[in-house]
Design a protein. Structure first.
Length: 373
């Protein structure tokens, strides 16, 4: 089983990830992780913080001579902005922002200053998750599994689905969407939100290819791959909905228009449709995984909403902090990392192994058996 914990605050010294359960023998370099950290920092509509930070990871344990040893891997990302914050005498924040962790956070932990909540609740933490996901991605790549995502909607502007798979165009796009016309309209909406002191959300889609059948299990609710993916993605800041395959649309149709018929050819079972998003009975079925997540607009808005002061209980306007106007592409990159983690976890559950060689022989034996079924 692979597990990880992150620690660190948005304006603290650093973010830390401790990742356990990665088999020994995996080639791992900092460049691989940094490439993903760089991707997370991109996207139209980001706030001022992204021009301060240049996220890079330091590997401080679990890797020797460029290979994992099987021991917990510790990754550190320094916050460049920390030097600007460490000696600041800041007044307490007492005006909770609707939509943020502020109010429930101070009530739950008995705190007086919202800053004690927001420092950890901030999506800055997702950098640490992307670092963990980058290692998981590297492991999955050894077996041909790849994960990629793209933005399908920003501020209600929807991209044309047929254009969305073009990976080179996605990489070039300011909003991780290959539909140029939609991208321009999305940018206009982000600009409008900026002028109005507002923020926007959106939807991103994630795909995982070359996933073998049988990851996850129907035998227990908590082993179901769809449950694990949904849990991971709902754990991402600002995510309010997750769909797999047709998702909510499936509920509207007759069964005959939903379920993917089974065919056999070239020594494998296959489907001509993929409405189930590659998961049946809580297990991967060998087709591409298709997952969508909906992100609400960023909670900090510079034309603030009504709130109540924690001390005086008088009506006030909510606090305004530096923030992004749109962070959907960053959430998409983090979503890829989350899917990588959940798949690597399900993969090592299935194929086990303390070292890559063991995982590999178990994987090959399984694929051979499945092919002969
Ligand atoms: C973020 C860093 C943060 C925010 C944002 C995400 O930096 P700062 O607070 O210094 O501007 O830009 O997080 C939020 C606004 C939030 O409320 O979660 C990052 O690195 O992605």
């Amino acid at each position: 089983m692979i597990k990880f914990v992150t620690s660190g605050e948005s304006h603290g010294k650093c973010l830390i990830t401790v990742l356990e359960g990665i088999p020994a023998g995996l080639t791992l370099s900092v460049e691989h992780i940094d490439q993903e950290l760089f991707r997370r920092q991109q996207g139209y509509g980001r706030g001022g913080r992204m021009s301060i930070e240049k996220d890079t990871a330091e590997i401080v344990s679990g890797v020797r001579t460029g290979k994992t040893t099987g021991a917990p891997i510790t990754l550190i990302i320094n916050n460049k902005d920390w030097v600007n914050w460490k000696d600041r005498k800041l007044p307490p924040i007492t005006m909770p922002r609707p939509g943020h962790a502020d109010l429930a956070g101070v009530l739950k932990y008995g705190l007086k200053d919202i800053r004690d909540v927001l420092e950890r609740a901030s999506a800055r933490e997702t950098a640490a998750r992307v670092a963990a996901g980058a290692v998981c991605r590297k492991l999955l790549k050894e077996f041909g599994l790849e994960i990629f995502g793209y933005v399908t909607e920003v501020a209600g502007i929807t991209a044309v689905p047929s254009k969305l798979n073009q990976r080179a165009a996605i990489n070039r796009s300011l909003l991780m969407t290959a539909d140029k016309k939609a991208e321009n309209a999305m940018i206009k909406e982000i600009e409008r939100a900026k002028r109005n002191g507002d923020s926007v959300g959106g939807v991103f889609e994630l795909k995982a290819i070359n996933v073998p059948p049988g990851l996850g299990s129907y035998v227990s609710w908590s082993s179901r791959l769809d449950a694990r993916l949904a849990c991971g993605l709902m754990g991402l800041q600002a995510i309010k909905g997750v769909e797999i395959g047709l998702g909510f649309e499936a509920a509207k149709r007759f069964g005959s228009r939903v379920h993917d018929e089974i065919f056999y050819g070239k020594k494998r079972f296959y489907r001509k449709t993929n409405n189930c998003g590659g998961i049946e009975g809580g297990m991967s079925n060998g087709e591409t995984l298709i997952i969508r997540a909906a992100m609400k607009p960023i909670a900090t808005i510079s034309s603030p909403l009504k709130s109540v002061d924690l001390g005086t209980k008088k009506a006030v306007k909510a606090a305004v902090e530096r923030a992004d106007i749109c962070a959907v592409p960053a959430a998409c990159v983090t979503g890829e990392a989350i899917v990588a983690f959940e798949l690597a976890n399900a993969f090592t559950d299935k194929f086990g192994g303390d070292c890559l060689m063991d995982v590999s022989s178990s994987y090959k034996a399984y694929i051979k058996r499945v092919r002969n079924t």
